[in-house]
Write a protein of this length. Structure first.
Length: 317
């Protein structure tokens, strides 16, 4: 009996050690909308799930390449991976944590409405990237044809685009929260808030197809940690603002603005909005000049998310 007990205890300890030894690298763009997993690490939600995570600041195509090459195990951006997936790379979205784009459309003081932008020039970072895509969507929602009614020019990052607008080189631009705070101080104003208008999954969890097959339990635990972090974020304003100040290296004014704008946009269940994902797929097809139909199963696998939701008592959407 004693020998059997010792064996059972030893087996349990080995199992617990193995669980605690799961080490992963999570790629996260250095932007306010991507705080879910840095926060999950800070508050211990990943550790509680038996995951030891290293947060790697990385974005765009470099992150997608790093994911495929096993230099990172997870990535929280969605747009670039969707483009890569429809072009054949074996990666899939397994969860979403921010189902709307954290962008605002900013314009010069004389522009009073989105319709007033007809015939004007909009500044973007790069054609086909966030500010360009989201800006075009806002214009379409307001009845304008971006290709016919507007001119788009490259004008650098958020700071560069605001400077170009100040010089009168462009009339408007889409910037991520909390750059709207800077814009207002420069005398510009907000024409539209994309996160109030558009379903367009911006932040989630992306993994390789191989990882889905080989490490589904680990993925489930990482998904659960993200959901727990979002729930914490939505209900702990002061602590989250302080975390944003530290992680993003921004002052309290910017952190407060970011939190108050986006805190209710972060979801509580990790669900991926199908309609919004469809928009991303169509944009990706246009940029990649893909003519064929693309099934959702080519870019998303929700089987593990559903298990994680059941574990947490969540009814998935």
């Amino acid at each position: 009996m004693t020998k059997t007990f010792v064996i059972l205890v030893g087996t349990f300890l080995l199992y617990a050690s193995a669980q605690a030894a799961d080490k992963v690298r999570i790629g996260v763009p250095p932007a306010g909308g991507h705080i879910t997993f840095p926060l999950a690490q800070k508050r211990g939600f990943l550790k509680d799930e038996g995951v030891e995570a290293e947060i790697i600041r990385i974005a765009g195509g470099a992150a997608t390449a790093a994911l495929v090459n096993d230099e990172i195990n997870y990535f929280t951006g969605i747009t670039f991976p969707v483009r890569a997936a429809i072009q054949g790379l074996p990666i899939r979205i397994v969860a979403c944590y921010l189902p709307a784009p954290p962008f605002v459309l900013i314009a010069r003081a004389e522009i009073k409405s989105v319709q007033d932008l007809k015939g004007k020039t909009m500044g973007v970072a790069e054609i086909g990237q966030g500010p360009d895509i989201i800006g075009r969507m806002i214009l379409k929602q307001s009845g304008l044809d971006p290709d016919r009614d507007m001119k788009f020019i490259r004008a650098g990052g958020s700071e560069g685009r605001l400077a170009a607008m100040n010089q009168g080189l462009i009339a408007a631009t889409a910037v991520p929260v909390p750059w709207d705070v800077h814009a207002k101080k420069m005398g510009f104003h907000v024409l539209a808030k994309a996160y109030e208008l558009i379903s367009y999954p911006e932040v989630g969890l992306v993994v390789t197809v191989r990882k889905i097959k080989e490490r589904p339990d680990e993925i489930k635990r990482v998904i659960r940690a993200g959901i727990k972090a979002n729930r914490y974020l939505r209900t702990n304003r002061d602590a989250t603002i302080k975390f944003q100040m530290d992680w993003l290296r921004i002052d309290r004014e910017l952190a407060v603005s970011s939190y108050d704008s986006l805190s209710r946009v972060f979801n509580e269940d990790g669900s991926v909005p199908e309609q919004g994902l469809g928009l991303i797929i169509e944009e990706a097809k246009n940029l990649a000049k893909v003519q064929r139909d693309v099934a959702l199963s080519e870019v998303v696998d929700l089987s593990i998310l559903k298990e994680a939701q059941r574990d947490l008592g969540i009814k998935g959407k």
